[in-house]
Design a protein around this ligand. Structure first.
Ligand code: F6P
Length: 405
């Protein structure tokens, strides 16, 4: 009997269980045996065998609407830099040959790997070492994978962020505050852009459009002075000030591909308070965006992708990513998926839509202000002198009107 394996790697995303269910049912219906690997590749390395779960109809019953993954996942599971305990400390070791050997011992003819760019990269490197065929399924709330129009988990994350913005709207309005909301997305601004439009954001800051403070201040002033004395500022965690750098709150470790982003909302809120005098608050939505039940769209998408993974295993001999292209699934070679990130084009229609709705991105043509007894006149004044910006704390930038960085 043909035997295949399924694993989930990297950060979790709503829809993982739907893919597991659909891929398992698709395989079982073809008469295959399915093994689930716990926590990325860790399960195959567990000598007790407890890291492997037989997946049959019963095992995947009633899970498509549940968040997380029944298999568990990890973003510290790179077999080429695997954390191995030596003399009481964890050191990175290359265990890729062990992983490949275990796959061969288990008699697995293929792996369905649910993951983002990191997981697809690992799969291809393991195939080069002898791992059998891999069919990837595009998972990430960031929606930043090349080769596919959409990844599962993204729509749910956007819905969660939008729901949060709706709630923040009323408290911002009641307190006449600027609420600065940090959303995930790593180096791509998709979540911020979609949630910002859906949730009525006044300002959206994304990594692809470096911002300056002056246009944001101008946008806020114009709202406050025109009878809307509150604002929602949606900031992607990877947003970056012109001439500055992304803000990280954790170092990259030997076991983890990416350093942890975070802290930009707090920085922007402080800068806005300082520049405008308006009371500002910041919050980080964080892992809320990865949790909970997948929305309807993600449930359907996940099960389409999972079914297609089993189908491609049956109907082709190729490896690749099950991508969604123009509304249909397609098996895209891994070479087309790796080596880059699908980011927001500044000319994307959604950016144009946001601009036409009056949403500011912080890159608008600089205008300057002079504060005159409660009346700010656009001129060449110095009202913003002393704004803290850029990557360094406490860096004083020149007054408004100076050339942008
Ligand atoms: O890639 C998904 C993602 O949620 C990013 O949006 C975020 O930067 C990162 O993972 C957070 O990872 P961790 O689980 O290590 O906090």
């Amino acid at each position: 009997m043909k035997r295949i394996a399924i694993n989930t790697g990297g950060g979790d995303a709503p829809g993982l269980n739907g893919v597991i269910r659909a891929a398992t049912l698709g395989a079982v219906n073809r008469g295959w045996e399915v093994i689930g690997i716990r926590e990325g590749y860790a399960g195959v390395l567990d000598p007790t065998g407890a890291g492997l779960v037989p997946l049959d109809r019963e095992a995947v019953r009633g899970i498509a609407h549940i968040g997380g993954t029944i298999l568990g996942t990890t973003n510290r599971g790179d077999p080429f830099n695997y954390p191995v305990e030596e003399n009481g400390t964890l050191v990175p070791r290359d265990v890729s040959d062990q992983v490949v050997r275990r796959f061969q011992e288990l008699g697995c003819e293929a792996l369905i790997a649910l993951g983002g760019d990191g997981s697809m990269n690992l799969a291809t490197r393991l195939m080069a070492r002898g791992l059998p065929r891999v069919i990837g399924v595009p998972k990430t709330i960031d929606n930043d994978l090349l080769g596919t129009d959409v990844t599962f988990g993204f729509e749910t994350a956007v819905a969660t962020a939008t729901d949060a913005l709706d709630k923040l709207h009323t408290t911002a309005q009641s307190h006449r505050r600027v609420m600065v909301v940090e959303v995930m997305g790593r180096y791509a601004g998709w979540i911020a852009l979609h949630a910002g439009i859906a949730g009525g954001g006044d300002v959206i800051l994304i990594p692809e459009i470096p911002y300056r403070l002056e246009p944001i201040v101008e946008k806020l002033r114009s709202r406050y002075e025109n009878g809307r004395p509150f604002a929602l500022v949606v900031v992607a965690e990877g947003a970056v000030a012109a001439g500055g750098e992304m803000v990280f709150r954790g170092e990259k470790s030997a076991f983890k591909e990416h350093a942890v982003l975070g802290g930009i909302a707090e920085r922007v809120a402080q800068q806005l308070t300082q520049a405008t005098g308006y009371e500002s608050r910041s919050l980080v939505l964080g892992h809320l965006q990865r949790g909970g039940s997948p929305c309807t769209f993600d449930r359907v998408l996940a099960q389409r992708l999972g079914s297609a993974a089993a189908r491609y295993l049956d109907e082709t001999t190729e490896s690749g990513l099950v991508a969604m292209v123009n509304g249909s699934t397609r098996l895209v070679p891994f070479a087309e998926v790796m080596g880059g990130t699908r980011t927001v084009e500044p000319t994307d229609e959604l950016v144009l839509t946001a601009r036409s709705l009056g949403i500011a991105f912080g890159d608008e043509a600089p205008r300057t202000f002079e504060r005159k007894a409660g009346n700010d006149t656009p001129t060449s004044g110095h009202a913003l002198r002393g704004i803290v910006t850029g990557s360094g704390h406490g860096v004083v930038v020149p007054a408004v009107g100076a050339k942008p960085a």
